[in-house]
Design a protein around this ligand. Structure first.
Ligand code: OGA
Ligand code: NI
Length: 370
């Protein structure tokens, strides 16, 4: 190694050392971004400021007001013609966007309001009451933290999260949950799980498969619920609420409140996903893109920071079966001589390891390409 590169590395490590200290101090506070806001910060701490190269890259991307697909699910019970029309719309949205909203999905508005309210109440508990849930131990069923990838990403984002991890145990005991959101969370888990199974049926049909094929692959089995709280941000242009990413799931169902800020990247343009009261946002994740052999698309998305807040959102990631020996690969009915398999077989656990070790690296999907 020549001297100049040794010096570069030394400088880099020193800079990183400071950054690490700041991250650690923030993490040790166990109070999240909400804690900073409560302490009255008026300018962003360095760890949250997006690097100039990222802002420059942004200049290549436009913004567009294109209309976002909305699917009315009431049609699926009203006879074969209406059902076919829903399935056709769903197919188009999953192929072209990888994102859509669903209306009339059967989850009562009262429950949607209840879970948004419960999430807000949890994050607004006194710091001493929240602290005992704070943890980075991914195996814990219920845990709260700020920035799931705090130590892995190059810049932190303006968001705290309560996670209910049903990835290996598949259930949570009510008394493990914070009391302020206990009933709403239990009820929401049940309803969203059922909606997920219904969507997997429709998505199977839209791929020309048997109704039950995706559910038989246990796509809806492991679930991770993340209850996000995006506090009001004093300098929203310098940071993000959630960095651009694709979801490492089969499918994600997202409930967002009225604040807005979620955007999808389509043809190099950021498109707003407008809050629609009572509806839910659904997106295709990487794993469904793979098993559908690229028929469906897992689209990049992000959340802007906002001077107004808090913004609340609740996502459920459906992640299949994680435990080995379960293996997934492109569905054989979707593979033929003219349309060969585009991906190797994989285990979900391995895929997720890649996500958590470097979620900035959006090449996870590429690595599985044949
Ligand atoms: C996510 C995500 C969007 C939102 O949790 O993966 O994209 O609106 N969330 O919070
Ligand atoms: Ni996401």
């Amino acid at each position: 190694m020549d001297n100049s590169s040794a010096k570069d590395i030394a400088n880099h490590l020193a800079a990183d050392g400071d950054r690490f200290k700041e991250l650690k101090a923030f993490d040790d506070s166990k109070a999240g971004v909400k804690g900073l806001v409560d302490a009255g910060v008026k300018s962003l701490p360095k760890i949250f400021i997006r690097p100039p190269e990222e802002l420059l890259e942004e200049l290549n991307l436009g913004r567009s007001q294109t209309e976002f697909p909305v699917i009315d699910l009431s049609g699926i019970q009203s006879g074969p013609d209406q059902r076919k029309s829903v399935v056709d719309t769903l197919r188009r949205a999953s192929e072209e966007w990888g994102f859509f909203q669903v209306a009339n999905h059967g989850i009562p508005a009262k429950l949607l309001n209840g879970i948004v309210h419960g999430t807000c109440e949890f994050h607004e508990l006194d710091a001493e009451l929240k602290e005992k849930y704070y943890s980075r131990d991914l195996s814990r069923v219920v845990r709260y933290s700020s920035n799931i990838d705090l130590y892995q990403s190059n810049v932190a984002t303006w968001r705290d999260t309560l996670t209910i991890n049903l990835m290996t145990t598949y259930q949570v005991e009510p008394d493990e949950l914070p009391e302020v959101c206990r009933n709403a969370v239990m009820d929401y888990i049940d309803h969203v799980t059922k909606l997920g199974e219904t969507l997997f049926e429709l998505l199977s049909e839209a791929l020309g498969l048997k109704l039950d094929d995706l559910n038989a692959m246990e796509c809806a089995k492991a679930r991770n619920f993340v209850l996000h709280y995006y506090p009001a941000c004093p300098e929203p242009d310098k940071t993000l609420g959630t960095r651009r990413h694709t979801d490492p799931s089969f499918l994600t169902i997202l409930l967002q409140d009225q604040i807005g800020g979620l955007q999808v990247l389509r043809d190099n343009q950021w498109i707003d996903v407008p809050p629609v009261p009572g509806s839910l946002v659904v997106n295709i994740g990487d794993l469904l893109q793979i098993v559908s052999n690229d028929k469906y698309k897992s689209a990049e998305h992000r959340v802007l920071a906002n001077r107004i807040g808090p913004r609340i959102s609740i996502a459920c990631f459906f992640s299949g079966v994680i435990a080995p020996p379960k293996i997934y690969s492109p569905i054989k009915e979707l593979v033929s001589e003219e349309c060969p398999a585009l991906y190797k077989e994989f285990q979900v656990g391995e895929y997720l390891k890649n996500f958590y070790s470097n979620s900035l690296d959006n090449s996870r999907l590429q690595k599985l390409k044949i």
